[in-house]
Design a protein around this ligand. Structure first.
Ligand code: ATP
Length: 306
């Protein structure tokens, strides 16, 4: 459904996106996760045809976004980071205007407004001025305009930013219900949001895509964690001699200790092997345990290695 290849964008000396590549399958809810300044908005603006990259391509269905941004924009629903809402318009006045901008057939406008209002819980707010709505309801108006032309791809930039906990829960359940009919990609810097909603998570750090995995894969893997009194420069090559041992990542350790995360198909089976190897090499083992990765530990590991 979406194919992003080698996408690069710089602003002067800042590389906002660095050769980003991924694919999104139809029907998935994809969370684009990254801290402030990671490049999420830049990526979304390019995917929706509002910004030109320095290099790379985005295909949505059979269309190259850079070749035909206007057609792409009629086929997707986009909620920008700060959706431009007109405070003096009523909800229905704004949605009718958006029906026009989405180039919908005129005889569909009223039905489309009513259906979008129903889906977003705005039916009893249609005659209210947007400027008098709460932030959560304004966000619903932004989502209503994004879904009213029934696109099969929805792209939301930080849909729950600035909302209170009740509003966040409401917007999440709205996103979940929209996912019954659409593919959804949304950006966030909130791990819990990704855990609550997503099938797939893309982790963007400093413009680089550092992880692209199904959520259950990220959460399920169990690794061995080895803590030594000090760093051992020959640890990686020594452990790499054992085929059952996967990757070894150095994590920051407290009080001069060295902490390593060791991946393996079967961590329980591999941990005695790690212990024996450490004993033979004379490393001062402080701790050795198995840990099931969470999205949080994966994200932190990636951020610390960045
Ligand atoms: P946030 O979560 O804070 O919205 P983000 O992940 O969406 O961040 P971007 O807004 O894409 O990140 O910004 C990526 C980098 O590019 C940042 O360093 C930002 O300062 C920079 N940047 C974005 N837009 C511009 C611009 N128009 N001119 C110069 N630098 C920019």
């Amino acid at each position: 459904m979406i194919e992003v290849s080698q996408l690069t964008k710089t602003y002067g000396a800042i590389t906002a996106l660095d050769a980003v590549e991924f694919k999104v399958e139809r029907g998935d809810i994809v969370g684009l996760l990254g801290p402030n300044g990671a490049g999420k908005t830049t990526l979304i603006k390019i995917m929706t045809g509002y910004l030109h990259p320095d290099a790379g391509t985005v295909r949505i269905g059979d269309i190259d976004v850079m070749d035909d941004p206007l057609t792409v924009q009629t086929r997707i629903g986009y909620l920008p980071e700060n959706a431009p809402l007109y405070p003096e318009l009523t909800v229905q006045g704004y949605l009718l205007l958006m029906a026009d901008l989405h180039r919908m057939e005129r005889n569909r406008h009223v039905d489309a407004v009513l259906e979008a209002a129903e889906a977003t819980g705005l039916t009893d707010r249609l005659t209210q001025k947007i400027g008098t709505l709460s932030k959560g309801y304004r966000q619903r108006v932004g989502i209503a305009q994004a879904i009213m032309h029934k696109p099969d791809l929805l792209i939301f930039d930080e849909p729950s930013v600035g909302l209170d906990p009740t509003q966040i829960i409401e917007i999440r359940s709205l996103i979940r219900s929209l996912a019954e009919h659409s593919t959804i990609i949304f950006s966030t810097h909130i791990l819990a949001e990704v855990e609550a909603l997503c099938d797939r998570v893309l982790i963007l750090l400093n413009g680089k895509l550092r992880s692209n995995a199904r959520l259950d894969e990220l959460q399920g893997a169990t690794d061995v964690v080895l803590v030594l009194d000090r760093d051992e420069s020959d640890l990686k090559p020594i452990l790499a001699r054992h085929p059952a041992i996967g990757e070894v990542h150095r994590l920051p350790g407290a009080n001069g200790q060295a902490r390593y995360r060791i991946t393996a198909d079967d961590a329980q089976e591999v941990s005695p092997l790690v212990y024996q190897t450490a004993a033979k090499a004379g490393w001062a083992v402080r701790e050795l345990y198995c840990e099931t990765a969470s999205l949080e530990s994966t994200f932190n590991d990636l951020a610390l290695r960045n």
